[in-house]
Design a protein around this ligand. Structure first.
Ligand code: FSX
Ligand code: SF4
Ligand code: F3S
Length: 373
């Protein structure tokens, strides 16, 4: 039945985004929540997204696997094509462009000229700097030359993924091409970073939405990561945290503890020293366990420079947080067995602490370097 209660703006939004108004508002609410905005801010987000002006974006690729773009393609709310067509104006993207060769480069140059000082430069992949950067060339220019040229007139530069943020996988020793991140390659301290291999697409979407809604980039930490996404350790929000606090660890892949969903700390989980919102935001919109630890794999610290791709996968994490969360997450089976595993784990934590077990478990615990507990 035709719904004539909608305003022209709302009808316009439905037509532009190709989704029902209710889904559009749900997306705005989810993004507002990801950004940590107060209740009611979703209306501001919706109003900003409904505006017709779309910021021009030039997206460059260098040394990488294209997983960053792939993870964005897997974001469902909205899908990338909605994002491209309706939230930003994607002027140049090597993977998604239909054009190639001189045609593509001409479009990029024209956009740089037309949108001088107004476009957003998004960089995916590390930049080789050794031997004048000859190890990666696009359209006859080295990555270094191309990025310098496009960055010169950009309103802001965003490094998406760990490769672009600090070098990531391509920069692992012996780093034969001298790979590094965008900020270091350009000698700039103002490059916003969204690390992760791949990064969570919602963190990128939320950053763009923040830019559109408030006209500025979100608050950043000392590594230029948005605080809304990287302000907390993975360990602080992990669904297995109750097991950690109770001292229940998987000791081998496939052992009883692993199959029961116990803590992966002793298998090398780097959640206790890695800042990211993976357990809260999840990946791929496929269900409650769509993140590394949820699938039974230890966090490798992919968002954290000096941890991901640097520290051996089996090495134990440096614990930065010794306090249990205020409320314990519910863990596992509550199919009529009385107490849930989470409740059992919580009780065990108290008993364990009373018995002095916690002191053994947290022997190497130290305060976080940044002063947070
Ligand atoms: Fe790097 Fe992105 Fe890892 Fe891959 O392109 S952060 S290798 S997921 O794709 O840059
Ligand atoms: Fe979760 Fe890893 Fe922390 Fe265990 S060590 S609670 S698996 S983040
Ligand atoms: Fe990366 Fe760890 Fe999240 S490996 S994706 S930071 S859980």
């Amino acid at each position: 039945m035709y719904d004539d209660s909608r305003t022209p703006l709302e009808t316009d939004v439905e037509m532009r985004f190709g989704v029902p108004r209710r889904d559009f508002l749900k997306f705005c609410a989810a993004i507002a929540a990801t950004l940590g905005l107060p209740k009611g801010a979703e209306a501001e987000v919706a109003a900003a997204l409904a505006k017709k002006e779309r910021p021009p974006v030039i997206w460059l690729h260098h040394q990488e696997c294209t997983g960053c773009t792939e993870s964005l393609l897997r974001a469902e709310h909205p899908t990338l094509e909605n994002l491209i067509l309706d939230i930003v104006s994607l002027e140049y993207h090597e993977t998604l462009f239909a054009a190639a060769g001189h045609q593509a480069e001409t479009v990029r140059k024209a956009s740089q000229e037309k949108n001088k000082g107004k476009y957003l430069l998004v960089v995916e992949g590390a930049i080789p700097t050794k031997d004048d950067g000859i190890y990666c060339k696009i359209g006859g220019q080295t990555s270094l030359e191309l990025t310098r040229e496009v960055a010169a007139n950009a309103a802001a530069v965003v490094a998406i993924g760990s490769c672009a943020s600090w070098g990531g996988m391509p920069s692992t020793p012996p780093n034969p091409t001298g790979s590094t991140g965008v900020g270091e390659a350009l000698g700039r301290k103002d490059v916003l970073t969204i690390p992760g291999c791949p990064p969570n697409p919602y963190n990128f979407l939320a950053t763009v939405v923040h830019f559109l809604t408030f006209g500025k980039l979100p608050a950043l930490d000392d590594k230029n990561r948005p605080l809304f996404a990287y302000g907390r350790l993975v360990h602080e929000n992990c669904e297995r945290r109750a097991h950690f606090d109770a001292g229940r660890f998987a000791l081998e892949f496939g052992d009883e503890g692993h199959r029961q969903g116990w803590c992966l700390y002793k298998l090398g989980c780097k959640g206790p020293e890695t800042h990211a919102n993976c357990p809260v935001v999840l990946f791929g919109d496929v269900g409650m366990q769509s993140w590394p630890v949820g699938t039974g794999h230890p966090c490798i610290g992919c968002t954290e420079q000096g941890i991901g791709f640097a520290k051996p996968i089996h090495a134990l994490a440096d614990l930065k947080n010794q306090r249990p969360p205020v409320g314990y997450p519910k863990v596992g089976d509550d199919q009529g067995n009385g107490a849930t595993l989470g409740a059992v784990a919580a009780v065990s934590a108290v008993v364990g602490a009373a018995a002095g077990a916690a002191a053994v478990l947290t022997k190497n615990i130290k305060q976080s370097e940044d002063g947070k507990e």
